[in-house]
Design a protein around this ligand. Sequence first.
Ligand code: T4K
Length: 399
Amino acid sequence: MTSTSAGLAVLGSTPAFAEPLHVGRPNVLDPERVLERIKGALDRRWLTSFGPLVKEFEARIAETAGVRHCIATCNASIALQVLIRALGLRGEVVLPSFTFIATAHTLLWEGVTPVFCDIDEKTGNIDPEHARLLINERTAALVGVHLWGNPAPVGPLSELAADHCIPLFFDSAHAIGSRHLGRPVGSFGTAEVFSFHATKFINSFEGGAIVTDDDQLAARVRSIHNYGRGEGEHVSGIGTNAKMTEVAAAMGLTSLENMPALIEVNRSHHLRYLAGFADVPGVRLRDPAPEDANHQYVVIEVEAEQAGLTRDELAAVLQAENVLIRTHFHPGCHRTEPYVRDPRRHAPLPLPHSEALGERVISLPTGTGVGHPDVDRVCEIVRRATASAPLVREALRTE
Ligand code: T4K
């Protein structure tokens, strides 16, 4: 493959990106406000443990999610673990395999067996009918993931959970700011968990939050995330330290204040990509949810027969041109080493829809680190690569 930072020679004069264009480049808006807030924390000498910035962040997140309680945490993985503990789960939990590995690992870490369910390829979200088949007397809960910010089928999942008298909670790591059935994501199920990792469109460097309307669950979560303590130093149970710092809350608050502008940037990138790929055979931009999506991810699907290149070949072209794409979420969790090694921990294989979708998708750069000229250039690279597919394939082979 004739590939350097100058890119693939076979693509002709399309210049490769001189600097890598990353998926996951953080949105950093209003850094002065972030620094001002951090300066306030330093002046107050109140750096963590329920400082005023964390309290304000929790109030704003609860308001955004439309619920009474928000407990901010140091990341979403720990938030999921705390929630699993607070719900007292044992036995098995049904979840989609087509998700980030943290959704599965946090269950296993807490001694619960993840049972992987297939998805609806159209939405990428859990298929409630398949989930129904996986529920048995050992099933302790059902987990939905609002994949790429697009709400899971909340109605059918709620019915399923109610039919079996088990809690339903959501891994909403991608979905703050999205709405569904006229309500904000965050207000569904027993509880939902947000991530504010740097790569998320609302970020607090690292961070997470558990949101719920259940007063008793909120009290248990709050205690577990603070070493099992209640008010003061009284220890009422086993807990951990999952607290968010004031620095994280400074970033999170500022990021949240800019959410409408961030959604608008993402929406405009989505439309630009849509136009850019309109005439490219075999490359289709996945639709965001019809109702108030946060447009957090831009995902294309590659149909190898029409495009002339497989997803992996097109991904290799983009990498060679310095576009550092991701193939989230391939392979599905059930195909990763720890779960393949122990067959008790997943549903009967295969999960055809998860596997098929996983082999077609590429996440492309979006967010405030990307401009429309960048989007146009990415589209041009893809257009040229598919137009010269045989030559590109040959160039990739002779690397
Ligand atoms: N549930 C779901 C459905 C999730 O997607 C996630 C996390 C979780 C639960 C758990 O949430 P947290 O515990 O993380 O709060 C990333 C993120 O680490 C992870 O948060 C995210 N989902 C997952 C989908 O992707 P990596 O290992 O691919 O990310 P990382 O940190 O290598 O960054 C990716 C790219 O972003 C880098 O190559 C360059 C760019 N980047 C990244 C950072 C951190 C920057 O340009 N600047 C930066 O500061 O997992």
